[in-house]
Design a protein around this ligand. Structure first.
Ligand code: ZN
Length: 169
């Protein structure tokens, strides 16, 4: 029975300290709003927030993230889902106003197989697109070109109105 006796494991269990996986989206939500610029946080709602993508596909590439650490849309309470969608709508509006794109991509990658970089915490990508930008990116392969620096993107998008409208949630 030796193999069942592992005091270190016993201490670990009784201490109730199942280590939570580190999550950058949880960390930034819990951080002081004073650190928003450093964290590229654009707005904070009641149950979700927005921030710039550190590795943008295009200028203005942002993400809307639920405060709750869930991996699936189905695990979000209805009210939190609705708030997230209201911010998605504002993301469309504000990206259009700031960047004047030809189109936009808004979407979720759910699970690693679908391309989620941080699969444990749901997030909605929103990015402006221009006619021909994909062709250009194909030509340059892995290299992503960003004429606009992230702090500049942050200043422009942070200055937008991020107050959702609609019936009280
Ligand atoms: Zn998280």
């Amino acid at each position: 029975m030796d193999h069942l006796w592992s005091p270190w494991r016993y201490r670990y269990v009784t201490a109730g300290q199942e280590p939570k996986p580190e999550c950058v989206f949880c960390d930034k939500w819990k951080a002081s709003p004073k650190t928003d610029e450093a964290h590229l946080v654009l707005f904070r709602g009641r149950s979700s927030y927005g921030l710039l993508n550190l590795y943008p596909y295009t200028n203005g590439h942002l993400m809307v993230v639920p405060a709750r650490h869930v991996a699936r849309i189905e695990d979000l309470p209805e009210v939190e889902w609705l708030e997230l969608m209201r911010y998605a709508r504002l993301a469309e509006k504000n990206l259009r106003a700031v960047y004047g794109p030809d189109g936009l991509n808004l979407g979720f990658n759910i699970g690693k197989a679908a391309g989620a970089g941080i699969a444990g915490h749901l997030h909605l990508h929103a990015l402006p697109r221009w006619q021909g930008d994909a062709n250009f990116l194909t030509v340059i392969g892995e290299t992503r070109v960003h004429p606009e620096a992230l702090p500049e993107s942050w200043r422009k998008l942070r200055a937008c109105s991020w107050v959702p409208t609609g019936p009280e949630l």
